[in-house]
Design a protein around this ligand. Structure first.
Ligand code: HEM
Length: 245
């Protein structure tokens, strides 16, 4: 290693930032990974196979980016929307025609939601086809299934909020179908609608579920999901192809 690099890495200034020497040996390379807030999400050693773009297609990460974008655009949409049956539709029209970039904001939220549903399903398929659901990842598979259901729940509850004809009848049909589910069906229908038909109570409940309960659930379970990926030794390719490291 050149002398000037040695001087820098031995200085107190460098050591106060980086708690390791120059990464030209296995120990310092692993310290780079474990002592950095961004790198520590990855295992110290990863296989070449798991780094190939075609292994995971980054689908989990894309789902995460969609969720971030939805949270941001959703928060901005809340500035212009109130969940009352008299005014919700007017607010949406005003947002699209009077608010600068309002139409763009609404479309970004809508398209990110469609994309997230597609991407999460593709992510599930990728995990299945690479056999990444097998032990010790079976727990994370179950967390994933709940995340898929929550993603669908976010889409469904968001659909009612514009309070247009499409929304009204889609939710009328959707909640009627839910009502026919064996056992909990009728109770679920009453829980969602706050009564027997789609009205103000339903809009209030769908709004609360859409902006608070479902996103909080996704946030919490995504944290557990990513923590589990890390604790299970990174992507499954790390174990299945150890000789490839
Ligand atoms: C909100 C939805 C979801 C998000 C944000 C998410 C995020 C992620 C991320 C970032 C990874 C690591 C990198 C990658 O594979 O791209 C991952 C891995 C994984 N996910 Fe998801 N995921 C979601 C839904 C699901 C679903 C629906 C399933 C299956 C039912 C699932 C099962 C798994 C498993 C088993 C792994 C480990 C894969 C391996 O070791 O190769 N996830 N997820």
């Amino acid at each position: 290693m050149p002398n000037w690099i040695q001087t820098i890495t031995n200085s107190r200034f460098w050591k106060s930032f980086f708690r390791h020497g120059w990464p030209d040996n296995p120990l310092d390379r692993s310290l780079v990974m474990s002592s950095n807030i961004f790198f520590h999400l990855h295992p110290v050693k990863v296989s070449r196979k798991s780094l190939r773009a075609t292994y995971s297609f980054g689908l989990g990460v894309i789902a995460l980016i969609c969720f971030g974008l939805l949270s941001l655009t959703g928060l901005l949409l809340m500035f212009y929307y109130t969940p009352t049956i008299e005014r919700a539709y007017t607010y949406i029209l005003t947002l699209q025609t009077q608010v600068p970039f309002g139409q763009l904001l609404r479309n970004m939220h809508r398209w990110a939601a469609h994309l997230m549903v597609i991407v999460v399903v593709l992510h599930l398929a990728r995990v299945f086809y690479t056999g990444a659901y097998k032990p010790p990842r079976e727990f994370n598979w179950v967390i994933g299934v709940i995340l898929l259901l929550l993603t669908l729940a976010a889409s469904f509850t968001g659909y009612l909020l514009p309070w247009d004809q499409l929304a009204f009848w889609a939710i009328t049909v959707g909640t009627s179908v839910a009502g026919y589910a064996p056992g909990a069906g009728p109770t679920l229908r009453i829980f969602l609608l706050g009564g027997t038909e789609v009205g103000q109570e339903a809009l209030t409940r769908f709004y609360a579920l859409h902006v608070m309960l479902v996103p909080m659930g996704i946030l919490l379970l995504t944290s557990v999901h990513l923590w589990r990926v890390r604790k299970d030794g990174g992507l499954a390719a790390n174990q299945s192809d150890a000789e490839d490291r």
